[in-house]
Write a protein that binds this ligand. Structure first.
Ligand SMILES: [Zn+2]
Length: 90
């Protein structure tokens, strides 16, 4: 079963300000997409949600970070969707 890398798919509000970012890219129909595992990255942030230095990585602004994609970084999902106890926002 293929999972489309579409920005139009369900995108939880909690991660809506994060975009897909990866060190490598590949050509996809209509442009470029992440190659391999991609991470969640906020606009203007030099690091990914999981803490990796990503200053030179591509950011795919037409692709929100979505946890339903199997290529999504597990650590980023953990940070965005399951924050550590005691760190939860009100
Ligand atoms: Zn990550």
């Amino acid at each position: 079963m293929a999972v489309a890398l579409s920005s139009r798919t369900a995108r939880p509000t909690i991660a809506s300000r994060y975009f897909a970012s990866s060190p490598h890219r590949r050509q996809v129909p209509g442009g470029w997409g992440p190659y391999g595992t991609f991470h969640a990255r906020e606009v203007g942030s030099p690091t990914t949600a999981c803490g990796m230095a990503a200053i030179e990585w591509k950011v795919f602004y037409d692709q929100g970070f979505t946890a339903v994609n199997p290529q999504a970084c597990r650590d980023c999902i953990q940070v965005l969707y399951f924050p550590a106890k005691g760190a939860a926002t009100a």
